[in-house]
Design a protein around this ligand. Sequence first.
Ligand code: GLN
Length: 525
Amino acid sequence: MTKYIFITGGVVSSLGKGISGASIGKLLQLHGFKVNMIKFDPYINVDPGTMNPYQHGEVFVTVDGAESDLDLGTYERFLDIFTGKANTNTAGDIYQTVINRERRGDYDGATVQVIPHITDEIKRRFSALKNEYDVTIIEIGGTVGDIEGLPFMEAARQFQLENKKEDVFSIHVTLVPYIAGAHELKTKPTQHSVNKLREIGISPDMIICRTEYHLDKSLKRKISLFCNVPEDCVVDAMDSPSIYYIPEALYKQKVDSLIIEKLNIKPKKKFNKSWFNKIKKIGKTKKKVKIAVVGKYADLKDAYKSIDESLNIAAASLNAKAETGYLGAEDKNLIKKLKNYDAVLVPGGFGNRGREGKIKSITYARENKVPFLGICLGMQCSVIEASRNMASMKGANSTEFDDNTKYPVIKILDEQKNIKYRGGTMRLGNYKSEIKKGTLAHKIYKKTSVEERHRHRYEMNPEFVDTLAKAGLTVSAYHKNILPEIVEIRDHPFFIGVQFHPEFGSRPMNPHPLFREFVKAALNK
Ligand code: GLN
């Protein structure tokens, strides 16, 4: 039997509900509980796969092939778990399920309505993981008061009513802004937000206040009185130099004990504080390593969130600090700027924009022996680059960019047209790569078989593998002996391209080997 913690947000978006929830999940894990988290996004898109990373940040891919919100990445990294399709839900997907049922005639002529049909489906999904975990943390996206969020709030209200009081804990995350002119922290927005929540019928058990300054006793008392929450359940969450320090900040305010008491659960092991110290130890030395990420979205960290985290984690494990620059592939001064960096990473992407800039930066890294890591589209661009400049195939391209190219070195393979992938035409989620011994890939992974997450349509064309190998770019891993998964250049300190997305596999205490070795090569440059 699982217990439930609901996280809602108020006042403004981007308050870090995901990080607050994941930090609480971490504390509960340190007490020995099995914890998982589920995200509910009130927008109508069926999944975030088609959403613009400019607006929404990266699309995080789960091992079972769900294209999800980047919060799932936060859950995986904090809790060291694997999430999947059941962890990501949108209004669009929920409505689609209900409408499909209606079309099949499953509702037997009833009028299909938000209450109860949509809310029933939401509630069913709240408890999707109930048999596997001691605690399920449910994050409802958006802010209280949003029209599209109402069915989710209503479902949460019903869920509380239908379950025992001791089985559900409700947390509201708000903002307590500092007004410089008055030198004061203001609680009114929090009061309004909680009022709105109570109007819907949800009384929070705890309020987490995002703030720039600590809340003193009198402010906590004020919030407690106006919001009908015990004083010790008014918690402050200050901006932190690292998100991984937040669990300790919440622990110091006894957030875990308060939740454990209300949920009436018994810790399964003695709380081990060593996690706090271990996480603080990482990356103390301030040796810097400068990595350039050349992509479509310049200066937009969230569009490459997992890559950013992976570089930080890898650098920290090597006692260094990653300084990552996000360079726009269309920048006219791109190559000049690259000279300020120790290594070049070309990430995944879709579409034509900035393609030639990415290819040029790969030429720069290859010729100047600068460590290079190509991820998905980045790997495909390295194949195009090598074809044009090492194997003299002028005009070589991916058919994604040029349907009529004489050398379609990247294309949708005929074999593939008959394969039914989980994501329709996309290769999504975990697929196996068999790695050849004696390659850089093997040296990195120290294994001959790995599973990594994919999200792409196009593949390296096997027809060109031999020609490219002769020219110096070799395939070091395949999926089922047909689909090239990893390419590398031997005559280079570190040049590797992978068809998959290793960035989703990094964990704060366990850097992904590809990132670790890439950053190590950058440090040795
Ligand atoms: N656009 C390329 C493809 O679909 C690469 C995708 C990616 O980088 N995720 O194959």
